[in-house]
Design a protein around this ligand. Structure first.
Ligand SMILES: *Cc1c(COP(=O)(O)O)cnc(C)c1O
Length: 485
């Protein structure tokens, strides 16, 4: 095996802190007491928590070792398609940690929170400009929450027209959250298939669109990494029947400042700040899923809304048609600060360039691996490309075997078995932040694994072999987690 940055020795074992503690050790010194001591009754104090006694070294090594068991964008390439696991510049963390932001209480009156209100106001304007929409809310806490907001906006809009509707069209390539959000809002999701090119055909939309249908949810670029090139025609069909078009903007990393979402017919669009706009999101949080809308939907946006009057900023509640409040206080403010800092430090030109590079990198991988893996849709892709394990099936090697082996080569596996329309899918999103050298190393590793599949399939069935834990029973691990070391 050629030298890859995979794991080897010096990954240390580590017991639980409770097993490590020794009575009398101490890792922290309290400041000398400068007030009189006061006796507190034993009933109030109780038994006290069962914390182990540990030295500073014990604690530092414990958490440092645990952190090395994990994989992160900071330690290597993380080509998880659909998730946009790009490198997040550290300056954004520093800005979010500034005391004026981090220590501010959300109930401070507006005259003491002008800074954060201005930041929120400006961030809404930036997102509106980047997407080509008219207005925005920063309240939703994630993409799925943005979808729910969008569905509530659809409902409020149709009700204002005097006729609430009952169905939503959702393509078969959609992220699972799309039909779930529609259903949570009381709509019945109506699935439609994508065509042989992996995109939606206008006639398929026309066949199901009727006056009982509130609209359609379209992910663009879609989850196959393909641009929905019939989107304008589809929007016309939906609008002609009084419906609305929801854009799932989770894949915005491919089209920042390039596609004017309003012009292609999108009425409501969510963004994932934790994907596209630079917030680390491994392990499930925190997130932020702002929703941008066209003018006719602005009256229904959640309250409070940030407004500006003569250079001062306020939170305004008086929007009688609003769908109400969707998040405590102002949403996930820490993530908003990171996005604001990212957008300002990049500038319009570089945001566009980031998207161009993300698309270039994905197409480079697609071209260099398409002789090695089956490529179901052989056409230019956006920021991610989707292969399958069809060519490796003769060796009885599956997508799962191959990506498990990839860990031995030092890479996080790509997204697998999604989207569902491609059996055995391997969905790769390199993002703009990987260098050509790292991408080449990834391609070499993928090719080496396919050679191993041909010569020694058992090696792949038993992989990973160089990681701390080998092949897990993932179902049992999720259903009956064992949290001991
Ligand atoms: C990630 C993603 C979502 C859901 O976003 P969360 O922030 O995880 O709730 C929805 N649609 C697509 C296409 C996505 O990739």
């Amino acid at each position: 095996m050629k030298e890859f940055p995979g794991t080897s020795g010096l990954i240390l074992n580590e017991p639980l802190l409770w097993e490590k503690g020794k009575k009398g050790r101490c890792g922290f010194s309290l400041p000398r007491r400068d007030v009189e001591s006061y006796p507190v009754s034993k009933d109030l104090l109780g038994e006290g928590p069962d914390f182990p006694d540990l030295s500073e070294v014990d604690i530092v090594r414990h958490y440092t070792r645990l952190s090395q068991w994990n994989f992160a964008v900071d330690s290597g390439m993380y080509p998880l398609g659909s998730c946009t696991m790009k490198y997040n510049p550290k300056t954004n963390e520093r800005q979010a940690a500034q005391q004026g932001f981090a220590a501010a209480h959300p109930m401070l009156p507006p005259n003491l929170s002008q800074g954060i209100l201005k930041l929120m106001y400006d961030l809404e304007r930036f997102l509106v400009e980047i997407t080509g929409m008219d207005a925005a809310t920063l309240q939703p806490a994630a993409g799925a929450h943005g979808e729910l907001t969008g569905m509530l906006l659809f409902y409020a809009y149709h009700r204002s027209q005097g006729a609430p509707r009952s169905k939503i069209i959702v393509p078969d390539t959609a992220h699972g959250t799309n039909p779930a959000s529609a259903a949570l809002c009381g709509y019945r999701p109506v699935p439609i298939k994508s065509n042989d090119n992996g995109v939606l055909a206008p006639e398929d939309v026309a066949a199901v669109m009727d006056e009982e249908t509130a609209g359609i949810m379209v992910t663009n670029p879609n989850t196959l990494g393909l641009f929905e090139d019939n989107i304008k025609k589809i929007a016309e069909i939906v609008h002609a029947k009084g419906g609305l078009v929801y854009g799932d903007g989770a894949n915005m990393n491919a089209v920042m400042g390039i596609v004017h979402m309003g012009e292609i017919g999108i009425d409501v669009l969510h963004l994932n700040l934790h994907k596209t706009f630079s917030t680390p999101h491994g392990g499930g949080g925190p997130g932020s899923g702002p929703v941008c809308v066209m003018k006719q939907l602005a009256p229904f946006l959640p309250v409070p809304r940030v407004i500006e009057k003569k250079g001062r900023y306020f939170l305004a509640e008086n929007y009688p048609e609003s769908i109400g409040k969707l998040h405590a206080f102002n949403g996930t403010v820490g993530v908003q600060i990171r996005a604001y800092s990212y957008i300002l430090s990049m500038g319009g030109k570089n945001l566009k360039k980031a998207s161009q590079l993300a698309v270039l990198n994905a197409n480079y991988i697609k071209e260099r691996l398409k002789q090695t893996f089956h490529l179901p849709y052989d056409r230019p892709c956006m920021h991610e490309c989707v292969f399958s394990d069809k060519l490796q099936q003769v060796y009885k090697v599956t997508t799962l075997d191959m990506v498990k082996r990839l860990m031995d080569y030092g890479f996080h596996p790509p997204t697998i078995y999604f989207p569902l329309v491609v059996p055995g899918a391997i969905m790769i999103e390199p993002t703009e932040t990987e260098s050509k050298e790292d991408i080449d190393l990834f391609i070499d590793a993928m090719k080496a694994i396919v050679r191993e599949a041909e010569e020694n399939p058992d090696l792949l069935h038993a992989s990973p072999g160089r990681t701390r834990r080998r092949r897990l029973d993932e179902t049992t691990a999720a259903r009956k987690p064992c949290l001991r070391g």
